[in-house]
Design a protein around this ligand. Structure first.
Ligand code: DI6
Ligand code: FE
Length: 417
């Protein structure tokens, strides 16, 4: 997978995101990759020094002033599922709410039925199609949750499909076990028995190498804080990091609970309280904001961005791609929405899909342009990085480089070797 080649990218407008704030721009920059890592990065003027003592690069590309950024990280998706929920969308337009549909046995449960009925091949093909759309916009790392299988066999199958995506596509995939996503029909009226089952699946999932983290949907239509705690205890006993769907539709105090477990991230957070903000700040937990779900469910309560900022909580942005509340396959559109709907600055939003998203996955080796970081890069038709949050509805990505290897998004032909 890791190439042995060294490649020099020249005359790039680099957006390094080095340091805690600012874009870290280098107007006329160069970047050397070696074996899937960034070996050197700096201004063209310092290139001779940068290359001194190194073998000549095997390939060289002149970017002619194009923007080069870290590859994007979509750190919250539910990419593996069968079917779609377009009919439910129509129902909502006729007045039914997301919660009503869920309580009536539709919603997540209808996707569970379609997922269980789909073959491994069909699940993989659909998820790979979705992943490729995200990748065409510069995504090089993707988190994928289970949560539409909801029994031991089908949860493991969905996690295995996610792992296969990471093996067969030029993409890094991190998997999250979200067995506690919804109550499956066979456990109606017995949520605590279902939580026992979810906890009992984790050791086998971990032993099979299928799981990097554990998540729970803690909400009025999901699971209670006490049930969440039991899943987190099971994860912790296995040494697995946790994260939480918290405070999306109501305030359950989930974020504060997750912070006690040093959660990687708490996600959604529209109903987050001041206590939740303080707890997240103290534990270093990332606030994962999901404007696609906010938009698609026509939520009106905004996540407390000013309070998160004031408390120094790192903010990340993701698509939350799923068939019910965010059928979005554009992380760039989420940048636009994060600014327009949530009032993030373009810089905050862009950090939210790079360095902060990487942090939310516990991956400090990506999301910035610096020596030693992974050579996961994106090249854009743009003069300034703020344009990436400004445009929507078209894709300015010209090339994507994963672990040092460039792949076509239209431009690679135009790159001279
Ligand atoms: N919150 C969400 O937004 C998704 N899951 C969750 O816990 C929605 C999943 C779905 O409606 O299928
Ligand atoms: Fe989600």
């Amino acid at each position: 997978m890791t190439p042995a080649t060294t490649t020099l990218w020249r005359h790039a407008h680099l957006v390094t995101l080095d340091g805690d704030a600012g874009w870290g721009e280098v107007a006329d920059g160069a970047l050397l990759t070696e074996g899937g890592r960034i070996a050197w990065v700096g201004p063209e003027a310092a290139l001779a020094q940068g290359l001194a003592g190194r073998p000549a690069p095997e390939a060289e590309h002149d970017l002619q002033g194009a923007l080069m950024t870290p590859g994007l990280v979509d750190a919250h998706t539910h990419l593996v599922y069968g079917g779609d929920r377009a009919a439910e969308f129509e129902l909502r337009l006729q007045g039914a709410t997301y919660e009503q549909i869920a309580r009536a046995g539709g919603g997540i449960r209808s996707t569970v039925a379609a997922t269980r009925a789909a073959s491994d091949e069909a699940l993989f093909a659909a998820a790979a199609r979705r992943a490729r759309v995200l990748m065409a916009e510069g995504v090089t790392t993707l988190e994928v949750k289970s949560g539409y299988g909801l029994d031991a066999t089908h949860e493991a199958r969905c996690l295995a499909v996610a792992r296969r995506l990471g093996r067969e596509l030029p993409l890094t995939v991190r998997t999250t076990s979200l067995g506690a996503h919804a109550l499956p029909p066979e456990y109606v009226g017995r949520p605590d028995d279902f939580i026992d089952a979810v906890c009992s699946w984790l050791p086998a999932q971990q032993a099979a190498g299928l799981v990097d983290a554990v998540d729970v949907f803690c909400d009025s239509i999901g699971f209670t804080p006490a049930q969440t705690r039991r899943v987190f205890d099971a994860a912790q006993a296995l040494g697995l990091p946790v994260k939480l769907h918290a405070e999306q539709l109501s305030d359950q105090g989930g974020a504060a609970l997750a912070a006690q477990y040093r959660a990687l991230s708490c996600d959604h957070l529209e109903h987050l309280s001041d206590e939740g903000v303080a707890a997240m700040a103290a534990s270093g937990t990332v606030a994962m904001l999901l404007p696609g779900a906010y938009y698609f469910l026509r939520e009106t309560r905004l996540p407390p961005v000013a309070a998160l900022r004031a408390a120094g909580v790192p903010i990340a942005i993701a698509t939350d791609h799923n068939p019910g509340s965010s059928p979005a396959l554009s992380l760039l559109l989420m940048l636009s929405m994060a600014c327009t709907l949530f009032r993030l600055t373009p810089e905050e939003a862009f950090r939210g899909v790079t360095v902060q998203a990487a942090r939310a996955l516990g991956l400090p080796d990506r999301g910035r342009l610096a020596a030693g970081q992974r050579a996961d890069l994106a090249v854009w038709d743009a003069q300034h990085p703020r344009e990436l949050a400004y445009v929507f509805g078209h894709n300015p990505c010209r090339a994507v480089i994963h672990a040092g290897v460039a792949r076509a998004t239209g431009l690679t032909q135009g790159l001279r070797a």
